[in-house]
Design a binder for this molecule. Structure first.
Ligand code: SF4
Length: 162
């Protein structure tokens, strides 16, 4: 979804968005029922935790105190390919709630995106209706909206109140 601004090779050499620590485990992607069912059919060993109307992967802490997404293949990347959760398709853009409004912010740990000029990051939201797609998806799946976290630069504020 972000192919204009983030290349496959950027992501293939990084994978930081698929590995979590105890401070950002809340960032794990939310899956809708359809995607959860697809994952269960393909990978019956994967288990989930319900989050509102959606689902998140049950992740086990590894010896290095990190949590690895169970869909991550360390050699080839995400095993879900084009079926990856919406959260992952728009990452490092995040949709969050702040003061009764929804905002689109950015996770600053993405090294490629964080090195880009702010204007480029904001312009990308306007290209091909990306911001509208994010807000529309959040309308249908409100569980992807996370409470605002300090340190996440806000790139766009929704005009309407929640
Ligand atoms: S679902 Fe795929 S892209 Fe998303 S965190 Fe897991 S491995 Fe990464």
């Amino acid at each position: 979804m972000l192919k204009n601004i983030l290349t496959g090779s950027d992501c293939a050499s990084c994978k930081i968005c698929c590995i979590f620590d105890k401070y950002d485990i809340w960032e794990t992607p939310v899956l809708d029922e359809k995607l959860k069912t697809l994952v269960e059919e393909k990978y019956p060993d994967i288990s989930f935790v319900q989050k509102g109307d959606g689902w998140i992967f049950r992740m086990e802490e590894a010896e290095d105190e990190l949590y690895y997404c169970p869909m991550l293949d360390h050699k080839t990347g995400c095993r879900l390919k084009d079926d990856k959760p919406f959260d992952c398709r728009i990452w490092p853009y995040r949709i969050m709630s702040l003061g009764g409004k929804r905002v689109i912010s950015m996770a600053s740990i993405c090294p490629t995106m964080y090195s880009k000029p702010l204007k480029e990051l904001v312009d990308e939201l306007g290209r091909n209706g990306l911001a509208e797609k994010i807000f529309a998806h959040a309308n249908a799946h409100p569980d992807i909206v996370k409470p605002y976290e300090n340190g996440y630069p806000i790139l766009m504020v929704e005009k309407d109140k929640l």
